[in-house]
Write a protein that binds this ligand. Sequence first.
Ligand code: CMX
Length: 426
Amino acid sequence: MAKLKEKLAQTVPGLRNDIKSFVKEHGKKVISEVTVAQAYGGMRGVRALVCDTSVVPPDKGLIIRGIPIGELKDKLPEAVFYLLVTGELPDDEALNDLKKEFQSRANVPDYVWKALEALPKDAHPMVMFSLGILAMEGESVFRKRYTEGIKKEEYWEPILEDCLNLLAKLPNLAAGIYRMRFNKGPRIEPDPKLDWAGNFAHMLGIDDPSGEFANLMRLYMVLHSDHEGGNVSAHTCHCVGSALSDPYYAVSAGLNGLAGPLHGLANQECLRWVIMVKEKFGGVPTEEQLRQFAWDTLNSGQVIPGYGHAVLRVTDPRFTAFHEFGLRVCKDDVLFQIVDKTFQVVPDVLKEHGKAKDPWPNVDAHSGCLLYHFGLTEFEYYTVLFGVSRALGMCAQLIVSRAMGEPIERPKSSTTEWIKQKVAQG
Ligand code: CMX
């Protein structure tokens, strides 16, 4: 039995019993209230979801199973996945075991490539990615076992199996999409000696004599892996998975939410904005020019992509991790310098503008310029990279949800009339 499965087999029964008795004893305790403004305002701050893989304190940013993301930036994504699922970092044996699991399951079936080739040539890479995953649904072990009849206590086992199969294939699928969509030549076969993200870099086919692009991919995959449970992609995946739709359905659904410009697509939008700055000013602008450009963006009714956050109220530590990488690897790059200068100028502009609750940069403000530096210039593709990484967290959350025996999600909605009556009653 794979080490990760062995570990879960030891811990899941205790975890489930713990939650069961906790809810039995304290089920009536109130942990959150809902105001009218919250009901109409995207449920911001309402605590009605459980997610144990990570938390995002507004003043600190992402913490995975108790470890701040800044302390995980030199880990492999495989190790972070193990941490997300189990709550512990793997030892060398468990890490190597998981690496082998991913290597041995990496093959993407031929019918997926045929389905993708049938799409319009200008299909968005996120459409191709989500569809490629959905096309593989027939591979689901969970669906097969469920149809045969499986006990609820055992759901997590075939869900783990599906998640390992799916995650193993994602770098291969995503790299194949890159090469197909942007006419980069034939697909590159995975190298069985490489780690998950290293292999992804290899299959993308970006020239990488220094090995730093592969390092960027490792960092990228770690930084975007999870962001607690209420963001659009995680919540969607969780909700779909709660209907016992298998991980192919659930992750594909989550990715469709990630594809929105207020969520994962912001990295594409962000680089577009930075390149507009470069083109307008023929290089790095002065602070005053940049300040004016930011105001022009706001005055035309647009958001400044890469800034603001629904939860965070400080500079995103993932932005900081990318910034440190950029300082080490490409500090003379013009786009890096524009991102750097934007960081010095935009928070004050947003504060003066007075609307955004969080004037600080999020992760999307930085990732694009680093990818661009290494020659990955097709920014329509950037959300796919985010998606490969975020699938780690979505899968980890699915495994934990089924391990805990969570029921189908079904909150109560209300009509505006009901809310008005409720308010009138005082
Ligand atoms: N530029 C301009 N205005 C902004 C802004 C920005 N970067 N961030 C927030 N605002 C505005 C909002 O549009 C809103 O305006 P209205 O009252 O006119 O609707 C107001 O400030 C209040 O918004 P908020 O409560 O601070 O932010 P929300 O929780 O509603 O939204 C987010 C959060 C991320 C969607 C928003 O900050 C935004 O649109 N940012 C730019 C896009 C972006 O970077 N998205 C990536 C987020 C990270 C991710 O999920 O990947």
